[in-house]
Structures are given as C-alpha cells and as structure tokens.
Design a protein around this ligand. Structure first.
Ligand code: SF4
Length: 62
C-alpha cells in the first residue's frame, strides 16, 4: 500500500487464507519484518488477536 495501511483497513497483501503475500519478499514493509509476535499480541484465539489489533489501531489512529 503505497501510502501505508490506514487503521481499520485490511492490508492489500493479506490473502484470503490470512497469510502475508509478501512474506520472505524484499518488498515487505520494514515495520512488518521487524514486528515480533508475542503471547500478549496473539492471545490464544484469532478473535483475541483481532481484538488486540483493534485496540492498537484505535490508540494510534490519527
Ligand atoms: S505482514 Fe505487513 S504486508 Fe504482510 S499482510 Fe501483514 S500488514 Fe500486510
């Protein structure tokens, strides 16, 4: 996404299977490469992970 991914918008590089289409590709954004998953971030279910990211996006939205 040339101007970055706005909060609340699904990344254009996320496949229907919820996988990054740029994983292992040099075009993958540096912020994505540097992000390290943690138990706090991922939770124990997909719903918990989505909730965590919703909070992150809401608190960092401009
Ligand atoms: S890792 Fe980055 S580029 Fe890949 S799907 Fe997620 S936000 Fe998009």
């Amino acid at each position: 996404m040339p101007n970055g991914k706005p909060a609340g918008v699904r990344c254009a590089q996320l496949s229907a299977e919820e996988r990054c289409l740029l994983f292992g590709d040099t075009r993958r954004p540096a912020v994505c490469v540097s992000l390290r998953p943690s138990p706090e971030m991922c939770g124990t279910t997909r719903a918990e992970a989505i909730h965590y990211f919703e909070i992150l996006e809401a608190t960092t939205a401009r």
